[in-house]
Design a binder for this molecule. Structure first.
Ligand SMILES: [Zn+2]
Length: 410
C-alpha cells in the first residue's frame, strides 16, 4: 500500500516524512505488573505538509483507545499555577478587563486559570470536555460548559449570548485532531474587539534541539507561526502579537484577533517570522535531515548504556512521562538496561512504563536502588530534578541527559 494520509489542515497528501518512530504503545498506558490484557501499539509517524508545513502525526489510533490528557492537566505543578496567575494579571492589565468583560478558557480543566480572573471580579466561562473535571471547577464556582470546542460549540454559546473579550487556549491546540474547526470556533465566539491567546510548544525547538521525544500519538500537531498564521487566515483571525516562553522546552504565546480588528501588529511578529524563515520552516529544507539526527541521539544513548553496563554500573531514570516513553521505546530500552524510573506521581508508582516495562518507584527509593547514573527523561526540568535528587544519590553518582546528546553531570 502506497497511499499516504492527507494534511489535517489543508488536505494536501503528506508525502514527506519528518521521522518514523515505528510502532509504539500509547504514551500514557501505564501498566500494572500483573496486567493480562495485551499491550497495544500503533504506528508513530511524523510528517510535514509540503504545502502548509504543518508537522503532524498520523491518525493511527482508534478513538476509543486514545487517553484524554486529563491525568496530566489535573496535576499542576507549583510553577504552572504561578504561570497561570501571572498570565491572568498581565491580561487584565493589558486589555483593561473588568466586570463588564467575559473571559473564556478552552480546556479549562479544574478552573486553575479562570479562578484568578474570577477573583478579580471578571465573569468567566470554562469549556472542558471531561465531565468529572468540569465538576471540580463548578464546585469552585467556575461556570463550566462540558463540550468539545469547535465551530458548532462556539455558535451554540454565542446564540446563548456569550461573546468573549478574552479567550485562552493553553497547551490544547497541538492536541486537537481537527485544527481548522477548533480555531474557527474562536473567530465565532470572540467579540469583534476580543483577543485570543494560544500557547503551544514551538516546532522550531523540536527541529533545532532534536526534541523527538515530544512526539506521541495524542500530540497531533507541532506548530510554527508560519503554519498557524495560515490557519488563522482560513478562519478569519489575524495574529497581533507573540511571546516566546521557556515552558515545555520552548513555547509560543500567540495573540490573535478577528481579521480587520485594526489592531497594530507587534514588531515581535515580524521578528519571529524572520527567525522561522532563517531556520527554513517555510520550506521543506528546514525539516530535512531530522530523522538522521534522531538516529544519532539513539546511537549516542545506546553507546552510553553499553559502556556503563560493561563497567558494571547501575542505571536508573527519573520522570515517568510521555516524553520518556517515546524516548525509551524508540531506543528499545528494557529493565535490563534501566532498573527503575522514579516519579512523584502516586498514580504511577507501582506500575510499569508502557512498552519498556520499567518499574516506576517513588523518589524516596533512590537510596535503596542506589543508581550510579540517573537519566533525567524530562530534560526541560533537569535542574529542578537535580536539585531534588542530589541528596538522595551517592556522592560519586552522576546525572545524565540524553537529548539532544549525551551529557553527564555531577
Ligand atoms: Zn497542510
Amino acid at each position: 500500500m502506497t497511499s499516504v494520509p492527507n494534511c489535517r489542515f489543508c488536505a494536501t497528501p503528506l508525502t514527506v516524512t519528518l521521522c518514523d518512530l515505528g510502532a509504539m504503545p500509547l504514551a500514557n498506558d501505564y501498566r500494572l505488573p500483573d496486567e493480562k490484557s495485551p499491550e497495544r501499539s500503533f504506528p508513530l509517524h511524523a510528517r510535514v505538509c509540503p504545502s502548509c508545513f504543518l508537522v503532524q502525526v498520523d491518525d493511527s489510533v482508534p478513538p476509543d483507545a486514545i487517553f484524554s490528557d486529563y491525568a496530566y492537566f489535573s496535576s499542576y505543578s507549583d510553577s504552572w499555577v504561578a504561570h497561570a496567575r501571572r498570565y491572568a494579571e498581565a491580561m487584565v492589565a493589558r486589555f483593561g478587563l473588568g466586570p463588564q468583560s467575559l473571559v473564556v478558557e478552552i480546556a479549562s480543566n479544574d478552573g486553575y486559570l479562570l479562578q484568578h480572573f474570577k477573583a478579580a471580579g471578571i465573569p468567566v466561562l470554562g469549556v472542558e470536555p471531561a465531565a468529572n473535571v468540569a465538576e471540580t471547577a463548578r464546585a469552585k464556582g467556575i461556570e463550566t460548559e462540558v463540550a468539545f470546542f469547535g465551530v458548532e460549540t462556539a455558535r451554540r454559546l454565542a446564540a446563548g449570548g456569550k461573546r468573549a473579550d478574552l479567550m485562552a487556549a493553553n497547551n490544547v491546540l497541538a492536541h486537537v485532531p481537527d485544527i481548522r474547526d477548533f480555531v474557527g470556533g474562536f473567530a465565532v465566539l470572540l467579540k469583534p474587539e476580543g483577543v485570543v491567546t494560544f500557547e503551544f510548544p514551538h516546532v522550531l525547538n523540536l527541529i533545532e534541539k532534536v526534541q523527538f521525544d515530544t512526539i506521541y500519538h495524542e500530540h497531533f500537531s507541532y506548530l510554527s507561526l508560519v503554519t498557524v498564521e495560515k490557519v488563522f487566515a482560513a478562519v478569519g483571525l489575524e495574529a497581533i502579537d507573540v511571546e516566546e516562553l521557556p515552558t515545555h522546552g520552548g513555547s509560543l504565546r500567540l495573540f490573535a484577533a478577528p481579521a480587520g480588528s485594526g489592531r497594530v501588529p507587534s514588531p515581535r511578529l515580524g521578528a519571529l517570522r524572520a527567525k522561522e524563515h532563517a531556520a527554513g520552516l517555510d520550506t521543506l529544507a528546514g525539516y530535512e535531515g531530522f530523522a538522521a539526527k534522531v538516529a544519532e541521539v539513539k546511537r549516542g544513548f545506546l553507546a552510553f548504556l553499553a559502556e556503563a553496563k560493561a563497567a558494571g554500573r547501575k542505571i536508573a531514570a527519573y520522570g515517568a512521562a510521555a516524553k520518556g516513553n517515546t524516548f525509551l521505546n524508540f531506543c528499545g530500552a528494557t529493565p535490563d538496561d534501566i532498573v527503575a524510573v522514579f516519579d512523584r506521581s502516586l498514580a504511577k508508582q507501582g506500575r510499569l512504563l508502557p512498552g519498556s516495562g520499567i518499574p516506576i518507584l517513588p523518589p524516596e527509593s533512590i537510596p535503596d536502588v542506589a543508581p550510579d547514573y540517573l537519566v533525567i527523561l524530562p530534560w526541560n526540568i533537569a535542574e529542578e530534578v537535580m536539585a531534588q535528587a542530589r541528596e538522595l544519590m551517592a556522592p560519586e553518582a552522576r546525572f545524565v541527559v540524553a537529548v539532544p546528546q549525551i551529557k553527564i553531570m555531577p
